[in-house]
Ligand binder design. Structure first.
Ligand SMILES: Cc1cc2nc3c(=O)[nH]c(=O)nc-3n(C[C@H](O)[C@H](O)[C@H](O)COP(=O)(O)OP(=O)(O)OC[C@H]3O[C@@H](n4cnc5c(N)ncnc54)[C@H](O)[C@@H]3O)c2cc1C
Length: 304
């Protein structure tokens, strides 16, 4: 049997046929609807399956990529070699005391909504963030003055070597859109958010207000990765891009949004090459006009 077929069969034994895709276009699995093919895309249903897939990738020496909801990544047009894993089936959310516990494949929006239903306050800021819980930890996701760091108690992770560990908030080095996970590449499996009892109506009013602000300012009608750039110290990326006159400009199907200049939208079947060329054009122009280096918030991965 050829090697690729052998790997496929082993993955099917671990995760089941319905949870293993071959040569899968990743544009079907990223919010920006961009991305070349993954050799193998797997969706484990249990932590044991996650560990077994990690062992298999070690055994075959395969490249490995973990994705959440694919809301903050651009996968290049050449795609991803080896195994790509998404934890979308590990999506349970439950309450213990004032803690909300979520498996990392749950949507952070769903966790925010669950907290509302339980009249627990602290996760209102996350009500419009389209990532998974795991992605939100990795990125220390935040919005409108709140961030994961404020409400996170601890996480359970699997190391790439397949060892299980618990990491407390302080150990995660949560900073502006970053965490220690970006260096260790641990896989977040389960997350404990420490919340406070609150008033349902007040929590809901705050979430409604944040949703209104988001919908009125962001081009949510088009696929995108959200804010492409981090906020440069002392500036707003969107304002610099707007003042550079770049709104409506871009390459191929990618365009700097006319509604929010910090967003680059996939307006018309953009390729990763279109999107990345647009990013580079924005960085170059802003550097020339204002002398500011725009650092990427979005992650660009995969082969050319
Ligand atoms: C319209 C729009 C609005 C957005 N608004 C916001 C916002 O207000 N605030 C904000 O912070 N972000 C925002 N984002 C960006 C994005 O939603 C967040 O960064 C989110 O946390 C990414 O989660 P994800 O599951 O999609 O991760 P992905 O994009 O799939 O992956 C991002 C990184 O996280 C890692 N990762 C994913 N899952 C795990 C896991 N289980 N364990 C370890 N690492 C993991 C991946 O390996 C990758 O490095 C927005 C995006 C869009 C498209």
């Amino acid at each position: 049997m050829e090697r690729a077929e052998h790997i496929y069969q082993r993955l099917v034994e671990i995760c089941g046929e319905r949870n293993v895709l071959r040569d899968e276009p990743m544009k079907n699995h990223t919010l920006v609807r961009i991305g070349g093919k993954a050799d193998f895309l797997v969706w484990p249903e249990t932590y044991e399956q996650v560990i077994e897939v990690l062992r298999l990738k070690e055994e075959y020496g395969l490249p490995f990529t973990l994705l959440g909801n694919g809301s903050n990544v651009i996968i290049r047009d050449g795609g991803l070699r080896g195994i790509v894993m998404q934890l979308k089936h590990l999506n349970r959310i439950w309450r213990e005391g004032n803690n909300v516990i979520a498996q990392s494949g749950a949507d952070i929006k769903a966790v925010s909504r669950f907290a509302l239903e339980q009249s627990l306050t602290g996760l209102e800021f996350a009500c419009g963030i389209p990532g998974s819980v795991g992605g939100a930890i990795m990125m220390n996701a935040g919005a409108y003055g709140g961030e994961v760091k404020d409400v996170l108690d601890h996480v359970k992770v699997a190391t790439l070597a397949g060892e299980l560990k618990t990491l407390k908030n302080e150990e995660l080095e949560l900073g502006y859109r970053t965490s220690i996970i970006s260096r260790t590449h641990d896989i977040v499996l389960e997350v404990v958010f420490a919340l406070q009892p609150g008033d349902y109506a007040q929590i809901k009013a705050k979430m409604d207000d944040l949703t209104f602000q988001r919908e009125s300012k962001q081009p949510l009608e088009y696929p995108s990765v959200g804010s492409v750039f981090k906020r440069p110290p002392g500036y707003f990326a969107g304002k610099l891009i707007q003042d550079s006159g770049l709104q409506g400009k871009g390459f191929g199907g990618a365009e700097v949004s006319t509604k929010h200049a910090g967003f680059i939208i996939n307006k018309n079947n953009a390729t990763a090459a279109d999107y990345i060329a647009t990013i580079e054009m924005v960085r170059k122009t802003v550097k020339e006009k204002f002398g500011v280096d725009l650092e990427l918030e979005v992650k660009i991965i995969g082969e050319e």
